[in-house]
Design a protein around this ligand. Structure first.
Ligand code: NDP
Ligand code: 8X3
Length: 264
């Protein structure tokens, strides 16, 4: 059976690692066409090569910094030109707003402005900027999707998580606002909100401290990037009249932020 996503254009931000890189492979396997963005272009080249081997109909990548309006606008212009240069369909089918992450786990009393600003810039303003810039490429009819990657942290507070929890709660509200604003256009808007998942997330959060990052996952079985990528493809591949609004996905070992089962 032909996938609903065959030959469709899928744009993924933060495609250089973790969920975004895994999503590139998962969408590639459906025969979709891919537009990939992130700051580490050399990593994007590797992801693109793997996606071509996995069956993508077409793969293109370009530098993207979602924290800068000028970069987002340059990326959107590149995306438009790239889509126009190929055969039908000449529009975007799925926008995956995945780029983001956390910086630090400091209590508010010791928080750093630079970390807070980066988290809000990428996880909230990045989603707003990307959506504003790419909406003109999404068709105003049934079947198109915006998939925003939120977090369990947007649903629950934890110590040290202030700006990240605020940012992901912000992402969830942006998703809800977009669903209202786009009602009637046929464009679906979803938030996929994972819990503990093994990617480069903790390495980035702890600024390269590998031992501290590994300790987050010690003795427990986290989600994998492939788990979330599979869900993205499933959400985007539902029939046009079905919208998966919000999906909270946690590892079985994670009953709550502070209740994670660890094998000794
Ligand atoms: P990774 O660190 O593996 O991936 C993060 C991706 O975001 C990278 O591709 C990175 O690319 C990109 N990125 C970060 N900042 C920017 C920026 N300013 N502009 C463009 N791209 C950027 O972590 P994950 O895959 O886990 O994270 C993906 C998303 O999932 C994030 O939004 C994160 O908050 C969220 N999440 C993660 C969870 C987890 O436990 N892993 C759980 C819940 C949500 P580059 O550095 O090359 O620009
Ligand atoms: C990442 C999940 O719970 O570590 O978004 O904040 S958590």
């Amino acid at each position: 059976m032909t996938s609903r996503l065959q030959d469709k254009w899928i744009l993924i931000t933060g495609a250089s690692s973790g969920f975004g890189a895994a999503a590139a492979q998962a969408f590639a396997a459906t025969g979709a066409r891919l537009l990939l963005g992130a700051r580490r272009v050399e990593r994007l080249a590797e992801v693109a090569g793997a996606a071509r081997r996995a069956g993508a109909a077409s793969v293109h990548f370009h530098f993207l910094d979602v924290s800068k309006t000028s970069s987002v606008e340059a990326f959107a212009a590149w995306a438009r030109t790239t889509i126009q240069a190929e055969a039908e369909p000449k529009h975007l089918h799925v926008l995956v707003n995945n780029a983001g992450g956390a910086l630090g786990l400091d209590p508010v009393a010791r928080g750093l402005d630079a970390d807070w600003e980066t988290m809000l810039q990428t996880n909230v303003l990045g989603v707003l900027r990307m959506t504003r810039a790419l909406l003109p490429l999404l068709p105003q009819h049934a079947g198109a999707s915006i998939l925003n990657i939120g977090s369990y942290a947007g649903h629950t507070a934890y110590e040290g998580g202030s700006a990240y929890c605020a940012a992901k709660a912000g992402e969830l509200q942006v998703t809800r606002v977009l669903r209202l604003e786009l009602n009637g256009t046929g464009i679906r808007v979803s938030s996929i909100d994972p819990g503990l998942a093994l990617t480069e997330f903790s390495l980035v959060r702890f600024k390269g401290d590998a031992a501290r990052a590994e300790a987050v996952y010690a003795g427990t079985e986290p989600l994998t990037a492939d788990d979330i990528a599979e869900i993205m493809v499933w959400v985007a591949g539902r029939p046009p009249h079905v919208n998966i609004d919000e999906l909270l996905v946690k590892p079985t070992d994670q009953a709550a932020t502070h209740k994670v089962y660890r094998r000794t």
